[in-house]
Design a binder for this molecule. Structure first.
Ligand SMILES: NC(=O)c1ccc[n+]([C@@H]2O[C@H](COP(=O)([O-])OP(=O)(O)OC[C@H]3O[C@@H](n4cnc5c(N)ncnc54)[C@H](OP(=O)(O)O)[C@@H]3O)[C@@H](O)[C@H]2O)c1
Length: 205
């Protein structure tokens, strides 16, 4: 059985995005700083079609490589998708099927490099079931945003949560854990720290 893992970046005060997030202002005001650690590493730059050779290869890069390698399909929320629809290159960085949770039906959107966005209107269980089927034995990654991760945590659908904790404060925006049932248990099983970010992986139960 493949593992369902959520992998998201947050600030020290718990935000996944700053205020005023919308297509054209991805991650909201100040929110791109949450991912600053990833922008200069080789594994991420290669997936974005940027010159990978100029990127840094460090402990974070190895985690990003591991993350891409283990993932056979992705699940994300429609608001995350709507921002990325404008900003992702073609081919997009996923190189695998992506299942977008939404209440608005839409035909699949086929991009280059193995990424097709499928729009799922019958809830997170259905999105994850379709992703598992498509993943061909690999793991399923929930990429965000906050509402999607929260919904899946509360429904007991997440096996693992990896937080990429940026050493910054935003003060306002969209928090990951607002509305998460406090009975959700998170047990740390790996921590990798660099000066730019601390990656903490939790088993969820
Ligand atoms: N820091 C990070 O690592 C990270 C990662 C990803 C995203 N983000 C940021 O997070 C923000 C988006 O997060 P968000 O919490 O606002 O939204 P989101 O989780 O990306 O998307 C929420 C949308 O998903 C759909 N949805 C959620 N639950 C559903 C259900 N049970 N059934 C059907 N559809 C469902 C709905 O779409 P409809 O409205 O279409 O019905 C809902 O409006 C963006 O600013 C993005 O940049 C940050």
């Amino acid at each position: 059985m493949s593992t369902v893992f959520a992998s998201v970046g947050t600030t020290l005060d718990g935000f996944m995005a700053g205020p005023n997030a919308r297509p054209g202002n991805p991650l909201g005001d100040g929110g791109l700083t949450i991912h600053r650690w990833v922008f200069e590493i080789d594994a991420w730059r290669e997936r974005q079609g940027l010159p990978g050779g100029s990127g840094e290869h460090n402990a974070s890069a190895e985690l990003v490589e591991e993350n891409f390698a283990r993932t056979g399909a992705y699940v994300m929320g429609r608001r995350m998708f709507a921002e990325g629809e404008l900003g992702w290159p073609d081919p997009p960085p996923f190189r695998a099927p992506v299942f977008v949770l939404t209440h608005a039906p839409r035909e699949p959107w086929v991009r280059q490099g193995g990424t097709t966005f499928h729009f799922v209107t019958d809830g997170p269980e259905a999105a994850l079931a379709a992703a598992r089927e498509a993943a061909g034995g690999k793991d399923v990654q929930i990429s965000g945003g906050a509402e999607t991760v929260r919904t899946c945590l509360n429904a007991g659908l997440v096996d693992e949560l990896e937080i990429h904790l940026a050493p910054i404060l935003l003060g306002s925006g969209t928090r990951l854990f607002d509305g998460v049932d406090p009975s959700v248990r998170l047990t740390p099983d790996r921590t990798v720290a660099t000066p730019q970010v601390t990656h903490i992986r939790y088993r969820v139960g």
